[in-house]
Design a protein around this ligand. Structure first.
Ligand SMILES: [Zn+2]
Length: 183
């Protein structure tokens, strides 16, 4: 296993659509393991192929263990995922991104989704997820289509730096910088 380099949001690869995975085999298993290791090392809850420059429809996700949630506390590898159902109910919640370090924002997402994918061995799976894991799945799924969480935020009040030491003006400036990435 190896930790891969995570691309910053300004990298054009993060704006491209990833292609379907066609070959399931040892290479894909190695990629999935590298992605899990990279996500753990960066203390993230998800990582998508394009974030390490791999333009394939694969993401990994793992949220901290939650009581009564058997889907939490373990890594998920989703290959060629498709969100097939979304709850009408939306929920606003905090998000960050390993490609936009130091920034968090409030993003409105579907409270629950049903997702179809293949496992790393090519087995079809279907999962119903809600809450934080559903949020992470939607965030990572977006990466496969070149969408970043900041694209969902139009109100600058809803995006801020983790270290709140910065001057307000500076924050606005950097927000504009991020905005220009989303054009
Ligand atoms: Zn992200």
């Amino acid at each position: 296993m190896a930790v891969r380099k995570i691309l910053y949001a300004s990298d054009p690869k993060l704006r491209q659509k990833a292609k379907k995975v066609k070959v399931f085999g040892p290479q894909l298993k190695k990629l999935a393991n590298d992605m899990i290791e990279t996500m753990h090392e960066a203390n993230g809850v998800g990582l998508a192929g394009p974030q390490i420059g791999v333009m394939q429809r694969i993401f990994v996700a793992e949220i901290p263990e939650e009581e009564d949630n058997p889907l939490s506390g373990k890594p998920w590898v989703m290959i060629n995922p498709e969100i097939v159902k979304r709850t009408v109910e939306m929920e606003e919640g905090q998000e960050g991104c390993l490609s936009i370090p130091g920034w968090v924002g409030l993003v409105n997402r579907h409270y629950g989704v049903e997702i179809k994918a293949r496992t790393v061995s090519g087995k079809p799976i279907k999962m119903k997820v809600t809450g934080f894991l559903a949020r992470v799945f939607q965030h990572e799924y977006d990466h496969l289509d070149g969408i970043l969480f900041v694209d969902h935020i139009s109100d600058p009040e809803k995006l801020w730096r983790l270290d709140a030491e910065e001057e307000d003006d500076d924050d606005v400036y950097v927000f504009e910088e991020i905005e220009s990435l989303t054009a």
